[in-house]
Design a protein around this ligand. Structure first.
Ligand code: C2O
Ligand code: CU
Ligand code: CU
Length: 485
């Protein structure tokens, strides 16, 4: 598998405009491509020799829910592997990938508020790997810190207490120096925290509650996955591991848990002729549901939406589009079904935040060096696993001003482990609609400042915060905090 040295030796980082290596500039189009032709869409532009993608010929898989080995009201124990495997992403072709449970994408794990999840993770690769529960409120030794690796052939136990409210999380590799290639090659899956206290809301559930992981990927002419190149060449967009699939739905309400598992990409999603009802973000339900035409979802962000297909005649088709990739998923309304679910206007009040006692500043940037790849830095420093950047008192509420002074204008994507924060301000003004609710990841354009507030409850120990464009954290745009008693 690729490590940092291997990739650099292979010349994987090509120089681009303004000296920003292209690998480090997230895939982004121009606003006006929303209205014009979707020139980036793979199925309209591909001219190579490998199998071409024919849209709407394959169903979108719903990743199977992982079955526990042991289940009691207090805990569930699971077995999970990390494996080299293959997946049919392009029609008729098996591409080598990495998979949790040998699957691309990984199985969905359903935890439950108040019940522990224990995962026995076995690493069947020939190199170290690990797992991190993104957005999870987890003790430090179970957080998948970049230095905590599962060596080849070994098994490690991860404990997720599930003390947080119901929400949509995801799990992915976080191994130091290999996170970007591991996640890109497939080490990602959905983790849902179910919460009995939300039952009364009667949101769509069971078969009508479906996680959808969206990501991009690049293939070469023989159908091999290209790991490190220019992200704007990641023109194939996958929904649960399949390009341009259809998904058969009943004419009723569905809850979709949208998760951006792309290494570095911002999706701007719309529905042809319809709107989303947004009900949740990274850390759980919003205070109130919001009807919206467009969803902005940066890498690692989640948003839960309800789409109501009951108004459509059987045979209708509703297409999910992205401003840059074009059509990415088609919902085919194929049958009637009863529906007792609701989408209440008022969902769940957001937890009150205590007054903040500490202010900090966090600045994301690249630092250039002659004839070398740039460093990714936070507050001027490259990640060092043995350095503590901020010491935080357990229970403290802090206000962080996150900005990017990046000279290149490239976008970044801030993520904080352990806790959910609230966005208070963007550039001195109100937050964006996508900043609403409980958040652990937010996009930041160079020159922007975002003020967030978090309370560091629960555990003491070391956790990381970083840019969640994984090729940026990979070159050092990561830092460490330590929570002390
Ligand atoms: Cu998605 Cu440091 O994590
Ligand atoms: Cu995380
Ligand atoms: Cu970044």
């Amino acid at each position: 598998m690729l490590n940092r040295r291997g990739v650099l030796a292979a010349g994987g980082i090509a120089a681009g405009v303004l000296g920003v290596p292209k690998l480090l500039a997230p895939a982004e189009g121009h606003e006006d491509s929303t209205h014009g032709e979707h020139v980036f869409v793979e199925s309209k532009t591909f001219t190579g020799t490998r199998p071409a993608i024919v849209p709407w010929t394959r169903p979108m898989p719903v990743p199977p829910v992982l079955k526990p080995l042991v289940s009691t009201p207090k805990q569930e124990i699971y077995q999970l592997t990390i494996e080299n495997t293959t997946a049919e992403i392009l029609p008729g072709l098996q591409s080598p990938v990495l998979g949790f449970g040998g699957q691309f994408v990984g199985p969905t794990i359903r935890g439950k508020t108040g019940r522990k999840t224990l995962i026995m993770l076995q690493n069947k690769l020939d190199e170290p790997a690990n797992v991190h529960l993104h957005g999870g409120h987890v003790p430090p030794e179970h957080d998948g810190h970049p230095k905590d690796l599962v060596e080849p052939g070994r098994t490690r136990l991860y404990l997720y207490p599930n003390t947080q409210q119901g929400t949509t999380l995801w799990y992915h590799d976080h191994s130091h120096g290999t996170e970007a290639s591991h996640v890109y090659l497939g080490l990602h899956g959905a983790y849902v925290v179910e919460d009995d206290s939300e039952r009364g809301l009667n949101l769509p559930s069971g078969a009508y509650d479906v996680p959808i992981m969206l990501r991009d990927i690049q293939f070469d002419d023989s159908g091999n996955i290209v790991v490190f190149d220019d992200p704007s060449k990641r023109t194939v967009v996958l929904a649960n591991g399949v390009p341009q699939p259809y998904f058969e739905v009943a004419a009723r309400k569905y809850r979709f848990r949208l998760i951006n598992t792309a290494n570095q990409r911002v999706f701007k999603l719309k529905l042809t002729g319809d709107k989303f009802t947004r009900i949740g973000s990274d850390g759980g339900l919003l205070g109130a549901s919001v009807v919206t035409e467009e969803l902005i979802l940066s890498s690692a962000e989640r948003t839960d939406v309800v789409i109501d297909f009951s108004k459509y005649p059987i045979g209708s088709r509703v297409v999910l589009t992205d401003f840059m990739a074009g059509e990415i998923l088609r919902f085919d309304v194929v049958r009637r079904a009863t529906d007792n679910s609701r989408v209440p206007a008022v969902l769940r009040p957001l937890p009150a935040q205590p007054l903040s006692t500490v202010d900090r500043e966090v600045d994301l940037a690249f630092v250039f060096k002659p004839n070398e790849r740039p460093d990714g830095v936070i507050n001027g420093k490259v990640f060092d696993m043995d350095r503590v950047d901020f010491t935080i008192k357990r229970g403290a509420t802090e206000t962080w001003l996150i900005r990017s002074s990046d000279p290149t204008g490239v976008k970044h994507n801030f993520h904080l482990h352990l806790v959910q924060f609230r966005v208070l301000e963007r550039n001195g003004g109100p937050p964006l609609p996508s900043d609403e609710g409980l958040k652990d990841t937010i996009p930041i354009t160079a020159g922007e400042t975002v003020k967030v507030r978090a309370t560091f409850t629960g555990y003491t120990g070391r956790y990381v915060y970083h840019c969640h464009f994984l090729e940026h954290s990979w070159i050092g745009m990561m830092a460490q905090l330590e929570i002390v008693p």
